[in-house]
Design a protein around this ligand. Structure first.
Ligand code: GYE
Length: 330
C-alpha cells in the first residue's frame, strides 16, 4: 500500500531540493531487497505539448511495468537536472534515465553514477561526450533526419514556397533551446538539404526555447526586422503555433502569406496543419515510455542492449493531417 502511494505521488515538480524519500529497496548494491525496479527520471521540463505527452508516456509505462518512478522536472535548467541525478544516486535507485536539456557538461555527474554502479539511459536527447561508457544506451529520434525532411520539403516545393514571387525563398528559423541536441541537429539537417537550391536562404535565426511564447516573441521581432519572409521553419510545433499568433496579429494569413513548417506533430500542431495554418510537419514521436521501461529492465538485469535505439517517424502534409487527426493520441 505504501509503495502504491509512493508511485502515485512520485511526480514532483523540481523545487530546488529533492528529499531522499525513503525507498531502500533499490540500489546497485542492494542485496536481496524486493525485486521491484526503482527508476529516477530527470525530465527536461514542461515546455511543449511534445514534452507533456512524453512525461505521460513515461509515467503510464512505469506503472504498467511495475517500476517505481521517481520523477523530477528541471524546468529547462541543466543545474536542476544535475541536482536531480545526484539525488537519485544518493537514493541508490536501480537505474537513472534522463533527457539532457543541453548536449554538453554531463561528464562529472555521469562519472558519479558510474562509480555508484547505477546504469544510465539517455532518452529523447543525446549528450555530447567522448566517453560512451557513461551511459548504457540512447533511446530517441534522429533529429538530423528530421531537419533533413523539413529542408527537403522546402526544396521540393520551392515554386509554391516562393510566396512573394521574386525568385528567392527567404526562410526565418525559430530554433529550439540553445545547445539542445534537437536544436543543433534540426538546424544542421535543414541547412544540408536547402544547400541544394541557392535561392533558398535562412535570412534570420533565433531561439524560441521550444515554447509557444518564445515562438511568438521571435516571430514578432522577425516581422519587424524582415521585409520579405516566405517560410518559417520552427523547430517544434509550439514555436510554430506561437508564430501563427504573431502572423495573425500582423494581419497576415499563416500558411498562405507565410508558409510554416514545424517538427513534432502533436495534436495542436496537427489541428493547425489540417486547418491550413501550417503547411508541413515532420513527426517526432514522444511515446518513448514502453521502450524505455523495457530497456531499463534489461540493463538492471545486466543484459546487453544496443548503444542506440531509434524511434520510427514520418511526416504530414495538410491532407494527411486531416486523415489522421481524429485518431491522434497526443
Ligand atoms: O521536439 C520539443 C521539446 O527533445 C525531441 O523537446 C524533444 C523536443 C521536442 O520541447 O517539442
Amino acid at each position: 500500500m505504501f509503495k502504491n502511494l509512493m508511485v502515485a505521488s512520485a511526480t514532483v515538480v523540481f523545487a530546488g531540493s529533492l528529499a531522499a524519500c525513503g525507498s531502500s529497496d533499490g540500489g546497485a548494491d542492494d542485496a536481496g531487497g524486493s525485486d521491484k525496479i526503482t527508476m529516477g527520471f530527470a525530465q527536461v521540463g514542461a515546455e511543449s505539448g511534445w514534452r507533456t505527452a512524453n512525461t505521460k508516456s513515461i509515467q503510464a509505462s512505469a506503472k504498467e511495468a511495475g517500476i517505481e518512478l521517481k520523477f523530477s522536472d528541471a524546468q529547462q535548467k541543466q543545474e536542476n537536472q544535475i541536482k536531480a541525478i545526484r539525488s537519485y544516486i544518493q537514493q541508490k535507485v536501480d537505474v537513472i534515465a534522463f533527457s539532457p536539456v543541453v548536449e554538453t557538461g554531463w561528464d562529472t555527474v555521469l562519472q558519479e553514477a558510474k562509480r555508484a554502479k547505477i546504469p544510465v539511459i539517455l532518452t529523447d536527447r543525446a549528450v555530447d561526450s567522448e566517453d560512451t561508457s557513461l551511459y548504457k544506451t540512447f533511446l530517441g529520434s534522429d533529429f538530423v533526419l528530421e531537419g533533413e525532411k523539413a529542408g527537403q520539403w522546402v526544396v521540393d516545393n520551392a515554386a509554391t514556397n516562393d510566396v512573394n514571387k521574386d525568385g528567392k525563398i527567404n526562410v526565418v528559423e525559430i530554433q529550439g533551446t540553445t545547445g539542445a541536441a534537437p536544436a543543433i541537429d534540426r538546424k544542421e539537417g535543414f541547412e544540408d538539404k536547402i544547400a541544394a537550391d541557392s535561392n533558398i536562404k535562412i535570412v534570420a535565426s533565433q531561439t524560441g526555447d521550444f515554447t509557444r511564447d518564445g515562438g511568438k516573441k521571435v516571430m514578432e521581432a522577425f516581422l519587424k526586422s524582415q521585409k520579405d519572409i516566405d517560410v518559417v521553419y520552427a523547430h517544434n510545433d509550439d514555436e510554430g503555433l506561437g508564430a501563427i499568433e504573431a502572423i495573425e496579429a500582423a494581419g497576415l494569413k499563416p500558411g498562405v502569406d507565410i508558409k510554416i513548417i514545424t517538427v513534432d506533430a502533436v495534436k495542436d500542431g496537427m489541428t493547425a496543419l489540417a486547418a491550413g495554418k501550417i503547411n508541413y510537419i515532420v513527426e517526432c514521436n514522444p511515446l518513448l515510455g514502453p521502450q524505455l521501461m523495457e530497456l531499463a529492465e534489461k540493463v538492471v538485469a545486466g543484459e546487453e542492449v544496443p548503444q542506440r535505439v531509434e524511434t520510427e517517424e514520418g511526416a504530414f502534409d495538410q491532407e494527411q493531417a486531416k486523415a489522421v487527426l481524429a485518431d491522434r493520441q497526443y
